[in-house]
Design a protein around this ligand. Structure first.
Ligand SMILES: Nc1ncnc2c1ncn2[C@@H]1O[C@H](COP(=O)(O)OP(=O)(O)OP(=O)(O)O)[C@@H](O)[C@H]1O
Length: 347
């Protein structure tokens, strides 16, 4: 069924903006991440108008990271400063001066951006960094993760608030279509820049973005994709609560609870999803090589189950595997998890 045709996008009203920003009214300082593109220029304009209308609201600091990757990036940053100054918002330009990698440039730029935003937030005593992610960005994130075969947590995509490096990353526009932000800027007669890399089909995200109109014709539009993300986020929260409960249950069953791991028999009766999540948690805690990949944890669980099925009694080791810096050992009594020994150098 084709989705119903909708009218032209409406600008965000002052009353709507008050609701969108309400969660952060009591903050002392808010950092606004403003690239100069339409979404974040609207973020700055709407936040400044909201701030003028509330008494005792937070100080606003707009921050533009100049990645130094395109000609004209410094000029774009100055363009943001002009608008910030006219709105009475403090503005900082921070340049990414580190070495730029040959491959994986978007991911490296993104990491550098969040690091520099966090550094600036710290310098201004801010706990919150607001970005202008829209419901279109959320839909693209869901598609990217679908195409990589992510699980429930990954498909939940971005949350309205997430912790990162000790800061709260806040996304007030996660349910707002980009078209409404553009309509807001148009009405306020504010110019913005369009980053040409957003249309560069050498990158995955722009390629998926280009598919969106055809998918929307079939009903797979931003609205339905973001609805999927929020439903899965809800399911994910419920599952994590079950994992909390399972963790406590297993700890009570375990007479060696000081050492990370689970009693094999008690672990075996849990459902697959809970087992995978328990393994993920303990490996993340003990290993020191970052988050274990879901597919690898699923493979580990299969191997544990198959080895446990062929077990006799006693403490004989049935399986030993390392994953993400953790060493997992199975006996018929216990699944133990400890830091993996350092890898041997191969030269
Ligand atoms: N150069 C920049 N300076 C400051 N803020 C930025 C900059 N680039 C992006 N942002 C902020 O990040 C938001 C998302 O931007 P974009 O979609 O380009 O990021 P991304 O590379 O997809 O990474 P992610 O979506 O995970 O943040 C923007 O709306 C803006 O708030």
């Amino acid at each position: 069924m084709k989705p119903p045709k909708t009218g032209p996008a409406l600008p965000i009203s002052a009353t709507e903006a008050k609701t969108l920003f309400a969660d952060w009214k009591a903050a002392r300082v808010l950092v606004l991440a403003v690239s100069g593109g339409p979404d974040s220029m609207a973020l700055m304009w709407l936040a400044a108008r909201w701030r003028r209308a509330v008494t005792g609201g937070p100080d606003l600091i707009a921050v533009t990271i100049d990645h130094g990757l395109r000609r004209g990036s410094a000029r774009e940053a100055r363009h943001v400063k002009l608008l910030a100054t006219s709105l009475g918002v403090t503005h900082r330009i921070v340049r990414w001066s580190g070495a730029k990698p040959e491959s994986g440039l978007p991911a490296a730029a993104r990491d550098a951006r969040y690091r520099l935003l966090a550094r600036t937030a710290r310098a201004h005593g801010a706990l919150h960094i607001l970005t202008a992610h829209t419901c279109d960005d959320q839909a693209e994130t869901v598609l990217m993760r679908l195409s990589r075969g992510s699980g429930i947590a990954g498909l939940s995509a971005m949350a309205r608030e997430t912790m990162r490096d000790g800061f709260i990353l806040a996304r007030p526009f996660l349910n707002v279509p980009k078209s409404r932000l553009i309509a807001t800027l148009k009405k306020a007669k504010i110019d913005y820049v369009e980053d040409p890399t957003n249309r560069d089909l050498n990158f995955t995200r722009p390629r998926l973005r280009a598919l969106m109109p055809a998918l929307a014709e079939e009903g797979c539009d931003a609205h339905n994709l973001t609805r999927l993300a929020s439903r899965l986020a809800r399911a994910n929260t419920a599952l994590e609560l079950l994992v909390d409960g399972a963790e406590r249950y297993l700890a009570l069953q375990d007479d060696d609870a000081q050492h990370p791991g689970f009693r094999t028999e008690a672990f075996a009766v849990l459902s697959e999803e809970i087992k995978v999540r328990l393994l993920l948690r303990v490996i993340d805690r003990i290993g020191c090589e970052g988050r274990a990949e879901l597919g690898k944890v699923e493979a580990l669980l299969l191997a544990l189950e198959s080895a446990a099925n062929h077990a006799g009694f006693g403490r004989r080791v049935l399986l030993r595997r390392t994953l993400a810096g953790a060493l997992v050992t199975l006996t018929s009594e216990r699944i133990s998890v400890e830091p993996a020994p350092p890898r041997r150098r191969t030269n």
